[in-house]
Design a binder for this molecule. Structure first.
Ligand code: BES
Ligand code: ZN
Length: 881
């Protein structure tokens, strides 16, 4: 057997799972729901057709915060049980019905439950979302969010992804309200009494409970016939439905593209996509009825900029990819979440690239997805891509950069290894073989092996079953023209213990030389020696398609800087190299001064993506040095201005229709990067635009630079500017503009204004879904970091009440409120606060925040003097000039 030693320590994901007994298997649900917008409840009846797999005298079904009125079990014409003898297990979230008469093995049974549920305001299960009508009255919409484990909150069900069943849904509601579900309408029947009707939907194909959806409310829609099936975008009446046009058209083209690419017809009769005013994540891929946060589907080209457009495209294409990958073929349990999210993430980039080649999204992938993955995975408290999930409340925390970004990087790596065409052939086979079924990671590797003839699992399983990734250290041997490479796990805290460094990752070196790229060299051992045709020029990890960082000697790094200037490196190489160098400095592999010099050397760089990485990395250094000597912080700020100003002036901040997408994003970034640290001309320009905006000229600020203009005038202004921005948040009917305003408010540093921002968060004016925005703004300056932490600790009970830990928002709040600190004292303060508190639902995120602080503490201790000296000499030089 190969590689037995290599894979030691791999996790067994099936151990200790809390799952339902397998004595009965659901086949069909007949579900009827009648929401009551006055009482904010709904009455429901569910009839589940069951196969009895083992002789049974009890049935356990998931329920959560449901009021069960009656249960009845029948087998053929026989009533087995209609007693109210149910028991509830809070830990497992199950209701168990026990009965005396035995259901024989191999028989069929019906389980009927009548219940009442809450139309809650927690954005989970069957919940209510509210909005203001144009006449000022309040509108209500009932909608669902089931993933991961809240279908049980909506109705009693066997709430596990592998327990696929067919669904027939009926909604009873006022005739004037729109009723939607996964399927199309089968019949509408007026009820004899009153103004209501029953809308019955056609039976769905077999599907997982977490993908079920139903919506009742007043909704407008637009429709397209550009796809073979009807596609609609719906929104509540206070929104301009025309803003759904971009997503609608893109959905039509994308569905057609996916049908072709996957060689698999979209199996439902329609696709509806709905904008929901209160929504906990960005979007949800419910089969045939995708729900979205408003800003992630409605796009007004007149009032929103290029990056918003890209985000909407990404979101639409991501959720549509799930219709196959996730919905048609589903992971068998939550430890396989990465299959869903990693693939949909990769697929959204793949299709964005096909539809908008001029956006060059793969170049941006290296600064975006790859860096997210490498960032989180450099913490001790990260987790393997395939992560053991035992309990429902552990699931939410793994919707993170590991499942999404590292998962996507694993897909990208294997697609490059096999070649995109062969990879897609494997995906087609996988989808065909497992349609309407459930899979594990190995099923994907099997399909890819069959398509390629290569041993895929052998290489890939280490990447999904083990936490972390390596740093590859390169040394050179001039005499025999070889390079020596050695891999070790990378930990940002720079305190790796030998027992944490036992995994040997199969690393594709991706050696770039003057002869091209060698994609085949694989480092499987700890170290290896490889021939290089010419030591004058080489680089590892060409285009950064592989999951590792490279540590070069300072001399080699300098040579690579030259190679970048000489045009020998791709955009991905350049940005990836900057990212690696900066991340390695943060982890103790080199000096921060070296990185600052490297950044300075990129002066002649012309590409947006590379500048994006440069400025992000500088801002990471600034973030870590946030509580340090003011002179050093000022010096770093001047450096930022010096890097960006000249270019910002050259490119300007006028936006023309003829500007390409990337030009727009580049200009916008430069404007902000030079303006925030005080470029005089830009500050003045921002003030002028803002003055016109304040006087009512809503076109005075181009949406591409709205956030920067707001941030700049607030930084160099005060309460007058704050009031205008707050007013924009309150009055604008453009969600993107409102969000920008809300995010920027936190940047105000004046103690009085900090107080106002903090007070705003829980005043009732900010939707729970948006709570993180003003506090993320506060995190950008020291007084704000302190304020936000105090806000969290002082309002802890209220926060837990509003954002229950088992849902997915509290953990991001904890992360935002804690992880900006960088000292041991602050870490101790945070640990003390949570000591003795129940950290269920956010324990992993908290551990990651603490690790991030530890990493910064260690970085500062290593490089405090180094950066001080660098800034001193930099400032001395700039003064001379
Ligand atoms: N399946 C997720 C939505 C989700 C997230 C459900 C967390 C439950 C918990 C959906 O497909 C998704 O990934 N949405 C992303 C948007 C996407 C563009 C990355 C999101 O919500 O941010
Ligand atoms: Zn997703």
């Amino acid at each position: 057997m190969h590689g037995t030693g290599v894979d030691s320590g791999a996790v067994d994901v099936t151990k200790g799972r809390q799952i339902l007994p397998a004595n009965v298997v659901p086949r069909h649900y007949d579900l009827t729901l009648e929401p009551d917008f006055e009482k904010l409840t709904y009455d429901g009846t569910v009839i589940v057709d069951l196969d009895v797999a083992e002789a049974s005298t009890s049935i356990s079904i998931n329920t959560l915060e449901l009021d069960i009125h009656s249960t009845k079990i029948t087998s053929g014409s026989q009533t087995i049980s209609s007693s109210p003898d149910v028991s509830y297990n809070e830990e497992l979230q199950t209701t168990t019905i026990s009965f005396d008469k035995e259901l024989p093995k191999g028989s069929k049974a019906h389980l009927e439950i009548k219940f009442t549920g809450q139309l809650n305001d927690k954005m989970a299960g069957f919940y209510r979302s509210t909005y203001k009508n144009k006449d000022g009255s309040q509108g209500i919409l009932a909608t669902t969010q089931m993933e991961p484990t809240d279908a049980r909150r909506a109705f009693p069900c066997f709430d596990e992804p592998a327990l696929k069943a067919e669904f027939t849904v009926t909604l009873i509601a006022d005739k004037k309200l729109t009723c939607l579900s996964n399927m199309d309408v089968a019949s509408e029947t007026d009820l004899t009494s009153g103004t209501k009707r029953a809308v019955k939907f056609n039976k769905s194909p077999p599907m997982s409970t977490y993908l079920l959806a139903f919506i009742v409310g007043e909704l407008n829609y637009i429709e397209t016939d550009k796809f073979r099936l009807p596609i609609r975008v719906y929104a509540p009446p206070h929104q301009d439905i025309e803003h759904g046009r971009f997503s609608l058209d893109l959905a039509a083209r994308t569905l057609e593209f996916y049908e072709k690419t996957f060689d698999s017809q979209y199996p439902l009769p329609k696709m509806d996509m709905v904008a929901i005013p209160d929504f906990s994540s960005g979007a949800m891929e419910n089969w045939g009825l995708i729900t979205y946060r408003v800003v992630d589907i409605l796009f007004d080209p007149k009032t929103s900029g290029a990056s918003v457009k890209q985000r909407v495209a990404e979101t639409v294409q991501h959720e549509l990819a799930h219709q196959w990958f996730g919905n048609l073929v589903t992971m068998d349990f939550w430890d396989g979440l990465w299959l869903n999210e990693g693939f949909a993430t990769w697929m959204s980039w793949y299709s964005c690239d096909k539809f908008y080649p001029e956006w060059k999204v793969w170049e941006g992938y290296v600064t975006d997805t790859l860096q997210h993955a490498l960032g989180l995975d450099s913490l001790r408290s990260s987790h393997p891509v395939e992560v053991p999930v035992r309990r429902a409340d552990e699931v939410n925390q793994i919707f993170d950069a590991i499942s999404y970004s590292k998962g996507s990087c694993v897909i990208r790596m294997v697609s490059k290894y096999l070649g995109e065409d062969v990879f897609m052939e494997g995906i087609r086979q996988y989808l065909k073989k497992h349609s309407y079924g459930n899979t594990r990671t190995d099923d994907l590797w099997d399909a890819l092996s069959k398509a390629s003839g290569k041993e895929v699992a052998e290489i890939m399983r280490i990447w999904t079953k083990h936490v972390g990734y390596p740093v590859v250290t390169v040394t050179e041997n001039e005499s025999d023209k070889t390079i020596h490479v050695k891999q070790n796990r990378l930990l940002r805290t720079a305190d790796l213990k030998p027992e944490e460094d036992t995994t040997l990752y199969p690393v594709f070196l991706g050696l770039r030389t003057k002869d091209g790229i060698d994609e085949q060299i694989l480092l499987k051992e700890r170290e290896g020696v490889f021939k290089v045709p010419d030591l004058d020029f080489f680089k590892l990890n060409a285009n950064h398609t592989n999951i590792y960082r490279t540590s070069y000697s300072p001399a080699r790094l300098e040579k690579l800087g030259e190679a970048a200037r000489d045009g020998l490196l791709s955009v991905e190489d350049r940005s990836g190299m900057v990212a690696d160098a900066a991340a390695l400095a943060a982890s103790g592999y080199q000096k921060t001064s070296g990185v600052l010099n490297l950044l300075k050397g990129f002066d002649s760089e012309t590409e947006f993506v590379v500048w994006d990485e440069i400025l992000t990395r500088l801002s990471t250094i600034q973030g870590t040095w946030m509580f340090e000597d003011q002179r050093v912080r000022d010096g770093l700020e001047s450096f930022q201005r010096d890097l960006a100003s000249e270019k910002a002036h050259r490119y300007g901040w006028e936006f023309k229709d003829s500007d390409s997408h990337l030009e727009q994003r580049f200009k916008a970034m430069l404007f902000g990067s030079a303006g925030l640290p005080g470029d005089k001309t830009i500050v003045q320009a921002a003030r002028d635009m803002f003055a016109r905006f304040s006087q009512g000229d809503k076109t005075a600020i181009h949406p591409n630079i709205r956030a920067s203009v707001f941030s700049i005038v607030l930084k160099y202004g005060g309460s007058k500017e704050y009031d205008v921005i707050l007013d924009t948040y309150r009055k604008s009917n453009n969600s993107d503009e409102r969000n920008t305003a809300l995010r920027v408010l936190g940047r105000a540093k004046d103690p009085e204004l900090i107080k106002r921002t903090v007070a705003l968060t829980l005043s009732g004016e900010v939707r729970d879904q948006d709570l993180y925005m003003p506090i993320a703004g506060l995190r950008t300056h020291p007084a704000g970091v302190e304020a936000v932490y105090n806000w969290m600790t002082e309002n802890w009970d209220e926060l837990v009440r509003r954002l229950p830990p088992e849902l997915n928002m509290l953990d991001s709040i904890v992360s935002i409120c804690t992880s900006a600190f960088s000292s041991r004292e602050d870490l101790a303060r945070i640990q003390k606060f949570f000591e003795g508190k129940n950290t269920r639902g956010f324990d992993q995120t908290l551990a990651q925040a603490c690790d991030a602080i530890r990493a910064k503490t260690a970085w500062l201790e290593r490089d405090r003097d180094d950066v001080y000296n660098w800034v001193n000499s930099y400032s001395a030089k700039s003064i001379k000039i």
